[in-house]
Design a protein around this ligand. Structure first.
Ligand code: C2E
Ligand code: MG
Ligand code: MG
Length: 380
Protein backbone atom coordinates (compact mmCIF):
# COMPACT_ATOMS: atom_id res chain seq x y z
CA UNK A 1 0.00 0.00 0.00
CA UNK A 2 1.25 3.51 -0.74
CA UNK A 3 2.03 5.77 2.14
CA UNK A 4 0.78 9.31 2.16
CA UNK A 5 4.38 10.50 2.10
CA UNK A 6 4.95 8.69 -1.18
CA UNK A 7 1.86 10.24 -2.69
CA UNK A 8 2.87 13.70 -1.57
CA UNK A 9 6.32 13.24 -2.99
CA UNK A 10 5.50 12.34 -6.54
CA UNK A 11 1.90 11.98 -7.45
CA UNK A 12 -1.01 13.15 -9.47
CA UNK A 13 -4.34 12.06 -8.07
CA UNK A 14 -7.00 11.16 -10.61
CA UNK A 15 -10.63 10.32 -10.21
CA UNK A 16 -12.28 7.38 -11.93
CA UNK A 17 -13.04 9.43 -15.02
CA UNK A 18 -9.38 10.41 -15.43
CA UNK A 19 -9.72 13.99 -14.15
CA UNK A 20 -6.82 15.38 -12.15
CA UNK A 21 -8.08 16.11 -8.64
CA UNK A 22 -4.75 17.09 -7.09
CA UNK A 23 -1.11 17.48 -8.03
CA UNK A 24 1.69 16.91 -5.59
CA UNK A 25 5.44 17.22 -5.26
CA UNK A 26 7.62 16.59 -8.26
CA UNK A 27 4.79 16.95 -10.70
CA UNK A 28 5.40 20.65 -10.70
CA UNK A 29 9.10 20.21 -11.41
CA UNK A 30 8.34 17.93 -14.35
CA UNK A 31 5.74 19.98 -16.16
CA UNK A 32 6.70 23.34 -14.73
CA UNK A 33 4.57 25.72 -12.71
CA UNK A 34 1.89 25.58 -15.36
CA UNK A 35 1.60 21.82 -14.75
CA UNK A 36 -0.43 22.70 -11.67
CA UNK A 37 -3.13 23.97 -14.00
CA UNK A 38 -3.93 20.37 -14.81
CA UNK A 39 -6.32 20.14 -11.88
CA UNK A 40 -9.79 19.70 -13.33
CA UNK A 41 -8.39 18.45 -16.66
CA UNK A 42 -8.30 14.88 -17.96
CA UNK A 43 -4.73 13.65 -17.91
CA UNK A 44 -4.94 11.88 -21.27
CA UNK A 45 -5.82 15.14 -23.00
CA UNK A 46 -2.15 15.93 -22.43
CA UNK A 47 -0.90 12.81 -24.17
CA UNK A 48 0.65 12.78 -27.57
CA UNK A 49 -1.74 11.14 -30.10
CA UNK A 50 0.69 8.30 -30.69
CA UNK A 51 0.39 7.29 -27.04
CA UNK A 52 -3.34 7.61 -26.58
CA UNK A 53 -4.21 4.06 -27.53
CA UNK A 54 -1.56 2.43 -25.37
CA UNK A 55 -2.43 4.67 -22.43
CA UNK A 56 -6.14 3.96 -22.87
CA UNK A 57 -5.38 0.27 -22.48
CA UNK A 58 -3.19 1.05 -19.47
CA UNK A 59 -5.98 3.07 -17.90
CA UNK A 60 -8.51 0.28 -18.45
CA UNK A 61 -6.11 -2.18 -16.84
CA UNK A 62 -5.61 0.13 -13.89
CA UNK A 63 -9.33 0.49 -13.30
CA UNK A 64 -9.74 -3.28 -13.49
CA UNK A 65 -6.92 -4.02 -11.02
CA UNK A 66 -7.30 -2.22 -7.68
CA UNK A 67 -4.02 -2.09 -5.79
CA UNK A 68 -1.85 -3.39 -8.64
CA UNK A 69 0.83 -1.19 -10.15
CA UNK A 70 0.57 -0.69 -13.90
CA UNK A 71 3.46 0.89 -15.73
CA UNK A 72 3.92 2.66 -19.05
CA UNK A 73 5.78 5.38 -20.92
CA UNK A 74 4.38 8.28 -22.83
CA UNK A 75 4.91 11.81 -24.09
CA UNK A 76 3.10 14.51 -22.16
CA UNK A 77 2.41 17.97 -23.48
CA UNK A 78 3.54 20.86 -21.35
CA UNK A 79 0.82 23.40 -20.81
CA UNK A 80 3.21 26.03 -22.12
CA UNK A 81 4.16 23.97 -25.19
CA UNK A 82 6.69 21.27 -25.96
CA UNK A 83 6.74 17.68 -24.85
CA UNK A 84 8.31 15.71 -22.08
CA UNK A 85 8.77 11.98 -22.07
CA UNK A 86 7.78 10.36 -18.81
CA UNK A 87 7.39 6.97 -17.21
CA UNK A 88 4.09 6.69 -15.42
CA UNK A 89 2.97 4.30 -12.72
CA UNK A 90 -0.71 4.00 -12.04
CA UNK A 91 -2.19 2.46 -8.92
CA UNK A 92 -5.92 2.19 -8.45
CA UNK A 93 -6.52 3.32 -4.86
CA UNK A 94 -10.15 4.26 -5.36
CA UNK A 95 -11.33 1.86 -2.68
CA UNK A 96 -8.64 2.89 -0.20
CA UNK A 97 -10.43 5.28 2.18
CA UNK A 98 -7.18 7.23 2.78
CA UNK A 99 -6.65 7.98 -0.89
CA UNK A 100 -9.84 7.47 -2.94
CA UNK A 101 -8.07 8.16 -6.21
CA UNK A 102 -6.01 6.61 -8.93
CA UNK A 103 -2.45 7.52 -8.05
CA UNK A 104 -0.22 8.37 -10.95
CA UNK A 105 3.47 8.73 -10.20
CA UNK A 106 5.69 10.20 -12.83
CA UNK A 107 9.38 9.85 -13.63
CA UNK A 108 10.97 11.97 -16.25
CA UNK A 109 12.95 10.26 -19.01
CA UNK A 110 16.02 11.76 -20.54
CA UNK A 111 14.44 12.54 -23.91
CA UNK A 112 12.76 15.88 -24.08
CA UNK A 113 11.92 18.14 -26.98
CA UNK A 114 11.15 21.78 -27.05
CA UNK A 115 8.36 21.90 -29.56
CA UNK A 116 6.63 19.42 -31.77
CA UNK A 117 7.36 15.75 -31.79
CA UNK A 118 8.36 13.67 -34.75
CA UNK A 119 6.88 10.23 -34.71
CA UNK A 120 10.13 8.41 -35.20
CA UNK A 121 9.20 5.11 -33.72
CA UNK A 122 8.07 3.40 -36.91
CA UNK A 123 10.78 4.70 -39.19
CA UNK A 124 13.63 4.99 -36.77
CA UNK A 125 13.52 1.82 -34.77
CA UNK A 126 13.38 -0.71 -37.58
CA UNK A 127 10.54 -2.75 -36.23
CA UNK A 128 10.43 -6.27 -37.41
CA UNK A 129 6.81 -6.72 -38.24
CA UNK A 130 7.38 -10.10 -39.85
CA UNK A 131 8.68 -11.24 -36.51
CA UNK A 132 5.55 -9.88 -34.86
CA UNK A 133 3.44 -12.07 -37.12
CA UNK A 134 5.41 -15.22 -36.47
CA UNK A 135 5.90 -14.53 -32.77
CA UNK A 136 2.21 -13.90 -32.23
CA UNK A 137 2.68 -10.34 -31.04
CA UNK A 138 -0.39 -9.10 -32.92
CA UNK A 139 -3.66 -9.00 -31.04
CA UNK A 140 -7.17 -7.97 -31.91
CA UNK A 141 -9.36 -5.77 -29.82
CA UNK A 142 -13.06 -5.70 -30.48
CA UNK A 143 -15.25 -2.62 -30.44
CA UNK A 144 -19.00 -3.20 -30.13
CA UNK A 145 -21.27 -2.03 -32.94
CA UNK A 146 -24.55 -1.11 -31.27
CA UNK A 147 -28.13 -0.59 -32.36
CA UNK A 148 -28.71 3.12 -31.83
CA UNK A 149 -32.30 2.57 -30.69
CA UNK A 150 -31.39 0.37 -27.74
CA UNK A 151 -27.66 0.90 -27.27
CA UNK A 152 -27.26 -2.89 -27.35
CA UNK A 153 -24.51 -4.66 -29.33
CA UNK A 154 -25.26 -6.35 -32.63
CA UNK A 155 -21.67 -7.08 -33.53
CA UNK A 156 -18.03 -6.14 -33.11
CA UNK A 157 -15.30 -4.56 -35.19
CA UNK A 158 -11.91 -6.27 -35.03
CA UNK A 159 -9.10 -3.74 -34.61
CA UNK A 160 -5.51 -4.88 -34.80
CA UNK A 161 -2.81 -3.92 -32.30
CA UNK A 162 0.83 -4.86 -31.90
CA UNK A 163 1.87 -5.96 -28.44
CA UNK A 164 5.44 -4.87 -28.87
CA UNK A 165 7.90 -6.39 -26.39
CA UNK A 166 9.54 -3.09 -25.51
CA UNK A 167 7.13 -0.40 -26.69
CA UNK A 168 3.91 -1.81 -25.32
CA UNK A 169 0.63 -1.77 -27.18
CA UNK A 170 0.88 -0.01 -30.55
CA UNK A 171 -2.13 1.16 -32.55
CA UNK A 172 -2.63 0.29 -36.22
CA UNK A 173 -1.63 3.80 -37.31
CA UNK A 174 1.87 3.05 -36.08
CA UNK A 175 2.52 -0.12 -38.04
CA UNK A 176 0.01 -0.61 -40.85
CA UNK A 177 1.89 1.85 -43.09
CA UNK A 178 5.01 -0.21 -42.45
CA UNK A 179 3.13 -3.41 -43.25
CA UNK A 180 1.89 -1.90 -46.50
CA UNK A 181 5.35 -0.71 -47.48
CA UNK A 182 6.89 -4.13 -46.72
CA UNK A 183 4.26 -6.26 -48.46
CA UNK A 184 3.19 -7.70 -45.12
CA UNK A 185 -0.32 -6.33 -45.23
CA UNK A 186 -1.54 -9.44 -47.10
CA UNK A 187 -0.42 -12.01 -44.50
CA UNK A 188 -1.43 -9.61 -41.72
CA UNK A 189 -4.90 -9.26 -43.20
CA UNK A 190 -5.26 -13.01 -43.56
CA UNK A 191 -4.31 -13.46 -39.93
CA UNK A 192 -6.82 -10.79 -38.83
CA UNK A 193 -9.65 -12.37 -40.82
CA UNK A 194 -8.97 -15.85 -39.50
CA UNK A 195 -8.46 -14.73 -35.92
CA UNK A 196 -11.56 -12.52 -35.86
CA UNK A 197 -13.78 -15.28 -37.24
CA UNK A 198 -12.27 -17.88 -34.90
CA UNK A 199 -13.03 -15.55 -32.01
CA UNK A 200 -16.59 -14.92 -33.15
CA UNK A 201 -17.22 -18.68 -33.44
CA UNK A 202 -15.92 -19.11 -29.89
CA UNK A 203 -18.19 -16.41 -28.49
CA UNK A 204 -21.19 -17.78 -30.34
CA UNK A 205 -20.77 -21.07 -28.53
CA UNK A 206 -21.55 -19.18 -25.31
CA UNK A 207 -23.76 -16.40 -26.73
CA UNK A 208 -26.71 -17.71 -28.73
CA UNK A 209 -27.84 -14.51 -30.46
CA UNK A 210 -26.06 -14.23 -33.83
CA UNK A 211 -23.47 -11.47 -33.90
CA UNK A 212 -21.62 -9.90 -36.79
CA UNK A 213 -17.89 -9.42 -37.08
CA UNK A 214 -16.59 -6.37 -38.93
CA UNK A 215 -13.12 -6.87 -40.38
CA UNK A 216 -11.07 -4.05 -41.93
CA UNK A 217 -9.29 -4.92 -45.13
CA UNK A 218 -6.58 -3.05 -47.00
CA UNK A 219 -7.03 -2.17 -50.70
CA UNK A 220 -4.34 -4.65 -51.72
CA UNK A 221 -6.36 -7.49 -50.20
CA UNK A 222 -9.31 -6.58 -52.37
CA UNK A 223 -7.23 -6.82 -55.54
CA UNK A 224 -5.90 -10.25 -54.59
CA UNK A 225 -7.69 -12.77 -56.85
CA UNK A 226 -7.87 -15.36 -54.07
CA UNK A 227 -9.38 -13.02 -51.49
CA UNK A 228 -13.00 -14.11 -51.90
CA UNK A 229 -12.17 -17.81 -51.78
CA UNK A 230 -10.06 -17.19 -48.67
CA UNK A 231 -13.04 -15.44 -47.06
CA UNK A 232 -15.34 -18.33 -47.98
CA UNK A 233 -12.83 -20.86 -46.64
CA UNK A 234 -12.44 -18.97 -43.34
CA UNK A 235 -16.21 -18.80 -42.84
CA UNK A 236 -16.54 -22.53 -43.48
CA UNK A 237 -13.56 -23.39 -41.28
CA UNK A 238 -15.17 -21.57 -38.34
CA UNK A 239 -18.71 -22.72 -39.02
CA UNK A 240 -20.11 -19.22 -39.54
CA UNK A 241 -22.77 -17.86 -41.87
CA UNK A 242 -21.67 -15.47 -44.60
CA UNK A 243 -24.03 -12.80 -43.26
CA UNK A 244 -22.08 -12.76 -39.99
CA UNK A 245 -19.14 -11.07 -41.69
CA UNK A 246 -18.89 -7.44 -42.74
CA UNK A 247 -15.78 -6.51 -44.71
CA UNK A 248 -14.81 -2.87 -44.16
CA UNK A 249 -12.89 -0.99 -46.80
CA UNK A 250 -11.89 2.63 -46.76
CA UNK A 251 -12.56 5.05 -49.55
CA UNK A 252 -8.86 4.89 -50.34
CA UNK A 253 -9.50 1.55 -52.03
CA UNK A 254 -11.48 3.37 -54.69
CA UNK A 255 -8.54 5.16 -56.26
CA UNK A 256 -6.50 2.26 -57.61
CA UNK A 257 -7.77 -0.74 -59.51
CA UNK A 258 -11.40 0.23 -59.24
CA UNK A 259 -12.67 -2.36 -61.73
CA UNK A 260 -10.93 -5.24 -59.93
CA UNK A 261 -12.18 -4.06 -56.57
CA UNK A 262 -15.67 -3.69 -57.96
CA UNK A 263 -15.53 -7.31 -59.12
CA UNK A 264 -14.32 -8.50 -55.69
CA UNK A 265 -17.13 -6.64 -53.95
CA UNK A 266 -19.68 -8.20 -56.29
CA UNK A 267 -18.33 -11.67 -55.54
CA UNK A 268 -18.51 -10.97 -51.81
CA UNK A 269 -22.09 -9.87 -52.25
CA UNK A 270 -22.88 -13.10 -54.11
CA UNK A 271 -21.30 -15.04 -51.27
CA UNK A 272 -23.59 -13.22 -48.83
CA UNK A 273 -20.83 -11.19 -47.14
CA UNK A 274 -21.66 -7.52 -46.60
CA UNK A 275 -19.25 -4.73 -47.43
CA UNK A 276 -18.99 -1.45 -45.52
CA UNK A 277 -17.53 1.76 -46.88
CA UNK A 278 -15.49 2.99 -43.90
CA UNK A 279 -14.59 6.56 -42.94
CA UNK A 280 -17.17 7.86 -45.39
CA UNK A 281 -16.77 11.50 -46.18
CA UNK A 282 -13.03 11.77 -45.62
CA UNK A 283 -11.63 10.26 -48.80
CA UNK A 284 -12.12 9.81 -52.46
CA UNK A 285 -15.58 8.41 -52.94
CA UNK A 286 -17.77 10.53 -55.11
CA UNK A 287 -21.52 10.27 -55.07
CA UNK A 288 -21.29 8.88 -58.58
CA UNK A 289 -19.24 5.95 -57.28
CA UNK A 290 -21.55 5.42 -54.35
CA UNK A 291 -24.39 5.06 -56.78
CA UNK A 292 -23.26 1.75 -58.23
CA UNK A 293 -20.83 0.40 -55.66
CA UNK A 294 -21.90 -3.02 -54.36
CA UNK A 295 -21.85 -2.13 -50.66
CA UNK A 296 -24.39 -2.60 -47.89
CA UNK A 297 -23.03 -0.45 -45.05
CA UNK A 298 -21.96 3.16 -44.87
CA UNK A 299 -19.79 4.20 -41.94
CA UNK A 300 -19.80 7.91 -41.20
CA UNK A 301 -16.36 9.00 -40.06
CA UNK A 302 -16.02 10.17 -36.49
CA UNK A 303 -14.72 13.50 -37.71
CA UNK A 304 -18.30 14.50 -38.49
CA UNK A 305 -19.96 12.84 -35.51
CA UNK A 306 -17.53 14.44 -33.10
CA UNK A 307 -18.20 18.00 -34.15
CA UNK A 308 -21.59 18.98 -32.81
CA UNK A 309 -21.61 22.35 -34.51
CA UNK A 310 -24.36 23.25 -36.96
CA UNK A 311 -22.25 22.47 -40.03
CA UNK A 312 -21.23 19.02 -38.81
CA UNK A 313 -24.83 18.35 -37.83
CA UNK A 314 -26.00 19.28 -41.29
CA UNK A 315 -23.42 16.98 -42.86
CA UNK A 316 -24.28 14.00 -40.65
CA UNK A 317 -27.99 14.53 -41.20
CA UNK A 318 -27.42 14.54 -44.95
CA UNK A 319 -25.18 11.46 -44.76
CA UNK A 320 -27.67 9.46 -42.72
CA UNK A 321 -30.47 10.41 -45.11
CA UNK A 322 -28.29 9.61 -48.10
CA UNK A 323 -27.33 6.18 -46.73
CA UNK A 324 -30.85 5.28 -45.69
CA UNK A 325 -32.19 6.54 -49.01
CA UNK A 326 -29.75 4.29 -50.86
CA UNK A 327 -30.93 1.33 -48.80
CA UNK A 328 -27.64 1.12 -46.90
CA UNK A 329 -27.17 0.39 -43.22
CA UNK A 330 -25.59 3.50 -41.76
CA UNK A 331 -23.09 3.26 -38.89
CA UNK A 332 -22.02 6.44 -37.09
CA UNK A 333 -18.47 6.17 -35.76
CA UNK A 334 -16.94 7.95 -32.79
CA UNK A 335 -19.94 8.50 -30.54
CA UNK A 336 -18.41 9.84 -27.37
CA UNK A 337 -21.33 11.37 -25.51
CA UNK A 338 -24.93 10.72 -24.66
CA UNK A 339 -25.96 13.87 -26.51
CA UNK A 340 -24.43 12.57 -29.72
CA UNK A 341 -26.14 9.24 -29.21
CA UNK A 342 -29.58 10.81 -28.58
CA UNK A 343 -29.17 12.98 -31.61
CA UNK A 344 -28.40 9.93 -33.80
CA UNK A 345 -31.50 8.25 -32.36
CA UNK A 346 -33.49 11.26 -33.34
CA UNK A 347 -31.97 11.20 -36.84
CA UNK A 348 -32.91 7.55 -37.27
CA UNK A 349 -29.33 6.34 -37.72
CA UNK A 350 -29.53 2.57 -37.16
CA UNK A 351 -26.05 1.63 -35.88
CA UNK A 352 -23.18 3.31 -34.04
CA UNK A 353 -19.82 2.77 -32.42
CA UNK A 354 -17.86 4.87 -30.02
CA UNK A 355 -16.33 5.26 -26.63
CA UNK A 356 -19.74 6.21 -25.21
CA UNK A 357 -20.81 2.60 -25.70
CA UNK A 358 -17.43 0.94 -25.27
CA UNK A 359 -13.74 1.23 -25.98
CA UNK A 360 -12.32 -1.54 -28.14
CA UNK A 361 -12.12 -4.51 -25.76
CA UNK A 362 -9.55 -7.29 -25.39
CA UNK A 363 -11.20 -10.57 -26.41
CA UNK A 364 -11.39 -11.88 -22.86
CA UNK A 365 -13.65 -9.00 -21.83
CA UNK A 366 -16.19 -9.42 -24.62
CA UNK A 367 -18.37 -12.14 -23.09
CA UNK A 368 -18.57 -10.17 -19.83
CA UNK A 369 -19.54 -7.09 -21.83
CA UNK A 370 -22.28 -9.06 -23.60
CA UNK A 371 -23.49 -10.59 -20.34
CA UNK A 372 -23.69 -7.14 -18.76
CA UNK A 373 -26.01 -5.98 -21.52
CA UNK A 374 -28.33 -8.97 -21.20
CA UNK A 375 -31.83 -7.86 -20.37
CA UNK A 376 -30.68 -4.29 -20.01
CA UNK A 377 -30.43 -1.34 -22.30
CA UNK A 378 -28.00 1.54 -22.13
CA UNK A 379 -30.94 3.84 -22.66
CA UNK A 380 -32.29 3.19 -19.18
P1 C2E B 1 -11.59 2.39 -38.38
O1 C2E B 1 -11.85 1.12 -39.08
O2 C2E B 1 -12.39 3.58 -38.77
O3 C2E B 1 -11.75 2.08 -36.84
C1 C2E B 1 -12.26 2.96 -35.91
C2 C2E B 1 -11.16 3.65 -35.15
O4 C2E B 1 -11.74 4.66 -34.33
C3 C2E B 1 -10.43 2.72 -34.19
O5 C2E B 1 -9.10 3.21 -34.08
C4 C2E B 1 -11.17 2.96 -32.88
O6 C2E B 1 -10.41 2.63 -31.75
C5 C2E B 1 -11.43 4.44 -32.97
N1 C2E B 1 -12.60 4.84 -32.21
C6 C2E B 1 -13.70 4.12 -31.94
N2 C2E B 1 -14.59 4.83 -31.23
C7 C2E B 1 -14.04 6.05 -31.02
C8 C2E B 1 -14.49 7.23 -30.33
O7 C2E B 1 -15.57 7.31 -29.77
N3 C2E B 1 -13.66 8.30 -30.36
C9 C2E B 1 -12.45 8.25 -30.98
N4 C2E B 1 -11.68 9.34 -30.92
N5 C2E B 1 -11.99 7.16 -31.63
C10 C2E B 1 -12.79 6.07 -31.65
P2 C2E B 1 -7.86 2.27 -34.28
O8 C2E B 1 -8.07 0.97 -33.58
O9 C2E B 1 -6.66 3.08 -33.96
O10 C2E B 1 -7.88 1.97 -35.82
C11 C2E B 1 -7.54 2.93 -36.76
C12 C2E B 1 -7.73 2.44 -38.15
O11 C2E B 1 -6.79 1.41 -38.48
C13 C2E B 1 -9.08 1.78 -38.37
O12 C2E B 1 -10.04 2.79 -38.54
C14 C2E B 1 -8.82 0.97 -39.62
O13 C2E B 1 -8.93 1.77 -40.79
C15 C2E B 1 -7.38 0.57 -39.43
N6 C2E B 1 -7.34 -0.83 -38.97
C16 C2E B 1 -7.53 -1.32 -37.74
N7 C2E B 1 -7.42 -2.66 -37.73
C17 C2E B 1 -7.16 -3.01 -39.03
C18 C2E B 1 -6.92 -4.27 -39.67
O14 C2E B 1 -6.98 -5.35 -39.09
N8 C2E B 1 -6.66 -4.22 -41.03
C19 C2E B 1 -6.63 -3.05 -41.71
N9 C2E B 1 -6.37 -3.09 -43.03
N10 C2E B 1 -6.85 -1.86 -41.14
C20 C2E B 1 -7.10 -1.84 -39.81
MG1 MG C 1 -13.34 0.13 -39.71
MG1 MG D 1 -13.81 4.29 -39.64
Amino acid sequence: MLSRAFINETALLLNEAGFVIATCGTWQSILGQEGMQLVGQRWWDYLHPQDRLGMQALWQRTLAQPGRTVWGRCWLRRVSGGWVRVSVMLVNQLTNPDVRAVVMTVDRDVEEVADGLEITRVQGRGYDLALALTHQQLVLHYQPVVAVGTGLPVGFEALVRWQHPSWGLLGPGEFLPLAEANGLIGPLGEWVLDQALRQLAEWQERWPTPLQMHVNVAPVQLTNPSFVSAVAAALTAHGLQANQLVVEMTEGALVGEVATIHATLTQLQELGVAVALDDFGTGYSSLGRLHDLPIQYLKIDRLFVRGMGPRAQAIVTAMVNLGVGLGLTVVAEGVESEIQWRWLQWLGCPLAQGYWFSYPLPSEQVLDFLAATRGSSLST
